[in-house]
Write a protein that binds this ligand. Structure first.
Ligand code: SF4
Length: 383
């Protein structure tokens, strides 16, 4: 029932956004990676839309008129969709917030700037996260964003309105976490593809409605029987990015008899493991919550060890017996770390399969064969 409700909402969402836009409400797009606090956008009276499409090859071909093929397919998709003008969300953006994270997404934002006609706000992100001066820098950038949003929308942004937006998104994060944790036990009431789709929907849907839907989904799932085969190896997915529509690998794993029960993905999925403090200065709380109180992605310095520790904890907590490492062609930071992770999880007798995708169909047959062989191997180890 909730599935239908969400599908209907997402179907109608572009039209609703257009209507709001005609009444003067600004639609603010941003690139993913969990460094753009939607709370600030909501508090300004605007509507946030995270641009996370991926998996289709047409935007990749189109992007080649603006950028060489060495850039990763996700970054190129963000360019291709903008140039194609077919996607309602990419078309209706009044302003783009581009966090300065990896080189590829940074370049995608620059291409939007060269070829586009809308304002690009570049949100500086420190590439270290643990020192006070980095926290201070990020907090100052958030302050600059707040000022820009205020001027752009013509609305006041009060501490109170930021706090109430934080509470709304905290509820969304809490619910996603609770739903995700339902897969911790042997009974898995939803598979990875359904969870990823739910997580993706949270970037496009109205946040208050999304919270309401997630409440009901959680209640429904608690009563639901397991969707996993009894002999399915429990797997963790680790990687930089899962775009909205990039679902082939998830389908192949399921078809091959594996069950991904937890994901550690930097972009394209909402980070839901921690919430944001609602007491004290809201900008300070957002800076801490988005920069420091989360697992750092691979573009950050000194991030491999904390992420490995986090992944190992997930492997234990979710009783995982294999790692699916899914990276995109050209993603050098994650590719470099795949060697380190293979070795470290191997020391715990956890095998890891490294898959690389360029979104094309040409590699799907080989990916299928490798996934099937890996799952058989993990199953063999469990017997
Ligand atoms: S997949 Fe890798 S290269 Fe592409 S945007 Fe993400 S971190 Fe950057």
């Amino acid at each position: 029932m909730q599935e239908e409700r969400l599908a209907t909402h997402l179907r109608d969402r572009p039209a609703q956004l257009r209507e709001a836009q005609e009444k003067g409400v600004k639609i603010i797009g941003y690139f993913p990676g969990n460094y753009v606090p939607e709370e600030l956008i909501i508090a300004s009276g605007a509507i946030p839309i995270c641009l996370i499409d991926g998996g289709d090859t047409l935007p990749l071909e189109v992007s080649l008129s603006a950028i060489p093929h060495i850039f990763c397919p996700f970054a190129r998709t963000q360019i291709g969709e903008r140039l194609l003008r077919r996607n309602p969300y990419y078309n209706m953006i009044d302003m783009l917030i581009a966090p300065i994270t990896c080189q590829h997404l940074k370049k995608a934002a620059e291409i939007w700037e060269y070829y586009g006609d809308i304002e690009i706000f570049k949100l500086g992100i420190p590439h270290q996260y643990s020192n006070d001066f980095e926290l201070g820098y990020y907090r100052d950038r958030l302050r600059a964003l707040r000022e820009r949003l205020k001027a752009f929308t013509g609305n006041k942004i009060t501490d109170k309105s930021i706090c109430s937006a934080i509470k709304l998104y905290n509820r969304m994060r809490e619910l996603l976490r609770k739903i995700s944790l339902l897969r911790c036990d042997a009974s898995v009431p939803l598979d990875a593809l359904d969870f990823v789709k739910l997580n993706h929907a949270s970037f496009y849907a109205d946040p208050a409605l999304m919270v309401d839907i997630l409440e009901s989904v959680y209640d429904e799932l608690r009563e639901k029987p397991s969707v996993a085969e009894t002999d399915a190896p429990r797997l963790i997915l680790i990687g930089p990015n899962i775009g909205y529509g990039d679902y082939k690998m998830l389908e192949l794993v399921k078809e091959a008899g594996g069950e991904i029960v937890i994901e550690e993905v930097c972009e394209g999925m909402r980070y839901y493991w921690s919430t944001i403090d609602t007491t004290g200065d809201p900008l300070e709380s957002l800076a801490r919550g988005y920069l420091r109180d989360r697992v750092p992605p691979a573009f950050m310095r000194y991030s491999a060890k904390p992420r490995l520790d986090f992944a190992l904890k997930l492997i234990t907590d979710f009783t995982v017996s294999g790692v699916i490492w899914y990276e995109l062609l050209g993603c050098e930071t994650y590719d470099a770390e795949s060697y380190f992770f293979t070795q470290k999880v191997g020391e715990r007798n956890i095998p890891m399969l490294i898959l690389e995708s360029d979104y094309g169909m040409a590699g799907v047959g080989q990916m299928k064969t490798r996934i099937e062989a890996f799952i058989e191997m993990v199953k063999g180890g469990l017997e």
